[in-house]
Ligand binder design. Sequence first.
Ligand code: C2O
Ligand code: CU
Ligand code: CU
Length: 470
Amino acid sequence: MNARRIAFLMSSIVVACGDVDGAEAPIEAPIGARPLIDVDPAADRIEVSLVAGPAKWTYLPGKAAADVWAYRDDNDPADLGQIPGPAIVGRVGDHVTVHFRSELPEPTTIHWHGLRVAASHDGSNVSQSPVEPGGAFTYEFTLTDAGTFWFHPHLDGDVQIERGLYAPIIVRGDDEVGADADRLLVLDDVKLESTGALSTTITSLDLMVGRQGNVLLVNGARQPRLDAAVGARERWRLLNTANGTYFNVALPGRSLRVIAWDGGLLPEPYEADSLLIAPGERYELLVDLDGVEGDEIELRTLHYDRGHELPDLGPRTLATFVLGPPPTHPRPDAPARWGTVAPLPDTATRREFVLREEEPADPSAEPRFYINDEAFPLTTPVISNQGDLEIWELRNDAEMDHPFHLHGTFFQVLDAPHLGWKDTVNVPMKSTVRFAVRLDNPGEWMFHCHILEHAERGMMGVLHVLEASP
Ligand code: C2O
Ligand code: CU
Ligand code: CU
């Protein structure tokens, strides 16, 4: 631990609770996140208990509750299961222990999307044996990067995540951006019957492009109305947990100030009129809610053409911010320094990954999806050495976009207008995206399309990073 970090911890402890005996200063959770109860009193240790099981969730007020699968806090008897699930909220350097138990009728795992954990605790298909119904597993890891992450099952993902198993992870660093409010906005969609129940109909289009919901969700609710202070500067953490739906978010009449990507703060924020968020991706915004008291600001998603001639549904409302009385203190200043991201050097080691889809001639058969003409689990692992710097070239030969995700590390997208860390990148149809990556984390890691129907139908592979000998 460096001196700056110690100074930060001490000042935050003093400021947060004037604590004298070294007990934990509560870490503030963003609005919209319900943190898991931490039973470890040590300031830098988090110990939580999590259950996955069948639950009821009311998506449409006034309609019947849907039978879902949800995570719940095992230390909170009042928690009957939440969508999104309860959050892990911690600081860089915290050690996390998650006692996980499954009440699901089928095997599952938990993957910590974006966290640089040890491969044995990554929860992917190749890194652990499944947690069987009634089984348990204790995950342990240290939080290494500040940002917005999430966790979800890595088996039968298109079914388990769609049924409600997903939850946020918020990690705070010592370089937090001043804001009047810090808000989590988890974007998802769900396919419901008119009764309010989850639809069990899976169309061939759902398999081809990822399940298409008919109800958009923000933090598990349809078009929520959210109270905010007029003139407030808010930090919004956006996360797309949908199986296949892309969100192209916009605030009509306002530009968006993007401050962070998957792997944390950018060295330099940038402005955008709309922001495309593919499944698995996270983006953070700094939003000034200028206006007058009583104004309503709509967060919308705009049409984006991701292929296969999906219909243009026009702008759709995600959430409405209702502006109330202003904050009682002056607007916080923008930080003098944002994130520190040193560009990775160029390298000769290049790998190519060709993404391909195969529409079945027989309409009753399922489509297949390939990386380099192989479909998981019948794939040849990619072998690298710990510390290797590589350029990965993702060539999308398909008639639709594919969001490509790599476990266990972050990468830098090349030829991009902005520098920052990503773990998931959209590869538009019929185009190529390149990224640079340093493979520091030894073990077996998965890479795959984050359209869950694609991942489960072949578009997934394994990277084996061989440990450097000491
Ligand atoms: Cu978000 Cu391999 O997963
Ligand atoms: Cu992941
Ligand atoms: Cu895909």
